[in-house]
Design a protein around this ligand. Structure first.
Ligand SMILES: Nc1nc2c(ncn2[C@@H]2O[C@H](COP(=O)(O)OP(=O)(O)OP(=O)(O)O)[C@@H](O)[C@H]2O)c(=O)[nH]1
Ligand SMILES: [Mg+2]
Length: 377
């Protein structure tokens, strides 16, 4: 899989080319070229201007690339026109489709697999009739349930049926999870949910406090499924048990269809007693600000009103000045939330974080029975 990353860089929009490259590399693409065009507007047929299309074509040929990945979202007709131009054996995808590919590679649980199938079907449908033109080019290759020879209406009907079947299956899964969660609540355990941009260190923290060994650091969206485990704030004066929930990370400009497919997973955040929002404090200023901004947007979209502690993680990698900068940026979007600087890797300030979690939960007087021997694990 040899890929060229393409970006049409519009004024006033941040570049997503690096993040797109990282995401592609994390699932095995060899990125053999990056092609960036600055332009005032998106070209209606190709996204990039037709003049530069020849240069892109040359780069694809010279580098023997088989995939072109746009950092910008593409319409189905963009994909169709670009594919016609670059030749049928070159696959053209956008960042949303790349995200879905990443999800595909990482989905191990039935829940995540269903959520992804749902997102793909809905994304395909949102492309409408154009998708029929693309089916040979993209559908099967992406593992989509391609429409075969169906005329559009029939395909549409079949897809809607599949969508509602998947939604029913997911509903069952969510109901079971809710029951489990309610049982934990009845036993008196407060719920602490992890949130934050992908690769900020959520699962690393989850593993430490829950004595688990879930995968970390495989690249964006290492975690796709929600896991809940029992944890304890440690041997400090506020020692208490709680349930910790790890789930999917955020990414900037997540397509609403994708976000919606994971809505129930993200919904765990809405019912938590405390949210720990992880921020990678070692990011450079611009990506850090973009990521913090998108976290605050997503938390608003998912309607999170639970008390929140911001965990400025990876302080083993930053200087004192960088950390101050990170605090200033976080404060722009989270005015009143507590911020705790921490390194999950070295354990620096971990006790302080656990102590604050205990204090915060006790302040809410949620602790009915802090040490119940029947605790689930
Ligand atoms: N240097 C350093 N690296 C860290 C720290 N915490 C986590 N990491 C690394 O950051 C990477 C991402 O960590 P994860 O725990 O997988 O991040 P995540 O937020 O769960 O990511 P997703 O599951 O993709 O949402 C891994 O390579 C970790 O080893 C830290 O305190 N310092
Ligand atoms: Mg994770």
């Amino acid at each position: 899989m040899r890929a060229v990353i393409v970006e049409l860089k519009l004024p006033a929009f941040p570049s997503l080319a690096d993040e797109t490259r990282m995401m592609a590399e994390s699932i095995g693409y060899e990125v053999v070229g990056t092609f960036i065009q600055r332009r005032k507007s998106v070209h209606h047929s190709y996204t990039i201007g037709p003049g530069r299309l020849k240069d892109l074509e040359r780069m694809v040929k010279d580098e023997h690339a088989d995939t072109v990945i746009f950092a910008n979202p593409l319409t189905s007709s963009h994909v169709f026109n670009l594919t016609q131009h670059l030749g049928g054996d070159v696959r053209v995808i956008d960042r949303n489709l790349l995200i879905l590919e990443v999800f595909d590679k990482r989905a191990f649980t039935n829940e995540a697999k269903l959520q992804i199938r749902l997102a793909k079907l809905k994304y395909t449908l949102s492309w409408g009739r154009e998708f029929i033109k693309l089916r040979g080019i993209m559908g099967e290759q992406l593992g989509w349930m391609g429409p075969g020879d169906y005329p559009y209406q029939e395909y549409y009907r079949a897809a809607r049926n599949r969508i509602s079947r998947i939604e029913d299956e997911l509903e069952d899964i969510y109901k079971k999870k809710m029951l489990k969660r309610d049982r934990r609540r009845e036993l008196g355990f407060p719920i602490v949910a992890l949130a934050g941009y992908t690769q900020s260190g959520k699962t690393s923290f989850f593993n430490v406090v829950a004595h688990e060994e879930k995968s970390v650091g495989l690249g964006p969206f290492t975690t796709l499924t929600t896991y809940a485990r029992k944890a304890n704030t440690g041997l400090n004066s506020n020692s208490l048990d709680f349930i910790i929930i790890d789930s999917i990370g955020f990414i900037e400009d997540m397509h609403p269809i994708i976000l919606k497919a994971f809505h129930a997973t993200l919904g765990e955040l809405a019912t938590a007693d405390l949210v720990l929002l992880f921020v990678d404090a070692s990011d450079e200023r611009f990506p850090l600000e973009r990521k913090v901004r998108s976290c605050s947007q997503i938390l608003r979209e998912v309607d999170i009103t639970s008390p929140t502690i911001i965990c400025a993680n990876k302080i083993d990698l930053v200087s004192h000045e960088q950390l101050e900068d990170a605090y200033t940026i976080i404060r722009k979007y989270f005015l009143t939330e507590e911020i705790v600087a921490v390194s999950i890797k070295t354990g620096e300030n971990l006790d302080e974080l656990l102590n604050r979690i205990g204090l915060k939960l006790q302040a809410q007087k949620l602790i009915v029975n802090p040490r119940n021997p029947q605790a689930p694990d």
